[in-house]
Design a protein around this ligand. Structure first.
Ligand SMILES: *Cc1c(COP(=O)(O)O)cnc(C)c1O
Length: 290
């Protein structure tokens, strides 16, 4: 099957928030969150080449992995429906019901819950599965194809920007940016914001991308993956109420709150032009109100 994918809608929009402008810093968002309600942000970028590969192989079913609030599962479910693949989601942990999994099912995804020990060994699940004409997408949509799709964002970023900020879970998105920056001989400083604890281990794979001009903030996780605090929620509300832009508590709000801290510490020289990739993931907010 020949699949043609449109370019995602992702304009660059300046953001005025707090005292950022008084600090002499220009900040803009790359609105990757606008590309689609659910196939949004880095999840769309990472799926791009996986979808093309699946179509080329005439695969019938996209199979992938994720937690019970996984933006990637939902993106895959929606993309499968849009591009006419069946979808199966292998979900970590016991059976649960929640708004994200409800939307996955709504798009036609078949869900298989797998206990946490079994879940860890994706390779073994894949080898023992009997799904015919399956195309397996790594958890989070990563791997070389996912990274390649993410790296293409850099071609859409004007040279005038001095810094590009990106949130980091598995690190696949940031690796894609690093690889593309190395390839393009870029001058932009890439800034990674960890939203998981003890993310230092990712640094080896970041270094291996061959682009030295980056900083990895490992203290931006706000207590650990998906952990929230009164201060984070207050920041989110303040941000949304003063900009009209939503950001989720798992990824983008943590990046922004930490970026704000760095700005208050004058870590970015006056005249910096910072571009924040809004990696989407707004469906994560559904867990706040469940
Ligand atoms: C999945 C996700 C991330 C993490 O991306 P990785 O490629 O796994 O590092 C960051 N932000 C948002 C909004 C996401 O949905």
């Amino acid at each position: 099957m020949n699949l043609v994918l449109e370019k995602p809608y992702s304009p660059i929009a300046p953001i005025a928030f707090g005292n950022w402008q008084e600090k002499g810093i220009e900040i803009a968002f790359k609105r990757e969150d606008l590309s689609h309600p659910f196939i949004s942000g880095n999840k769309w970028r990472k799926l791009h080449y996986h979808l093309l590969a699946a179509a080329k192989k005439d695969a019938k079913t996209l199979v992938t992995f994720g937690g019970a609030f996984s933006n990637h599962l939902l993106a895959t479910a929606a993309a499968g429906a849009k591009y006419r693949f069946k979808t199966m989601g292998i979900v970590r942990g016991e059976w649960v019901q929640n708004p994200v999994l409800g939307l996955c099912k709504h798009f036609g995804m078949q869900l298989e819950f797998v206990d946490r020990t079994t879940y860890k060994d994706h390779q073994s699940i894949e080898v023992h599965s009997k799904i015919e004409h399956a195309y397996w997408i790594p958890e989070g949509g990563g791997g070389p194809l996912g990274e390649k799709g993410m790296g293409e964002i850099l071609q859409e970023i004007p040279d005038a920007y001095t810094h590009v900020c990106c949130s980091v879970g598995t690190g696949a998105s940031f690796k894609g940016l690093l690889q593309a920056a190395a390839f393009m001989n870029s001058h932009i400083q890439l800034e990674a914001f960890a939203i998981i604890k003890q993310a230092d281990y990712l640094n080896e794979s970041f270094k291996a991308c061959g682009y030295p001009n980056y900083r990895f903030h490992t203290e931006s996780h706000g207590g650990g993956y998906a952990k929230t605090s009164a201060s984070l929620i207050a920041f989110m509300e303040n941000f949304s109420r003063s900009t009209g832009i939503l950001c989720d508590q798992v990824y983008e709000a943590k990046l922004l709150q930490y970026l704000d801290l760095l700005i208050q510490e004058n870590q970015y020289p006056r005249g910096s032009k910072i571009l924040v990739l809004h990696n989407g993931g707004l469906s994560g907010m559904l867990s706040l109100f469940a």
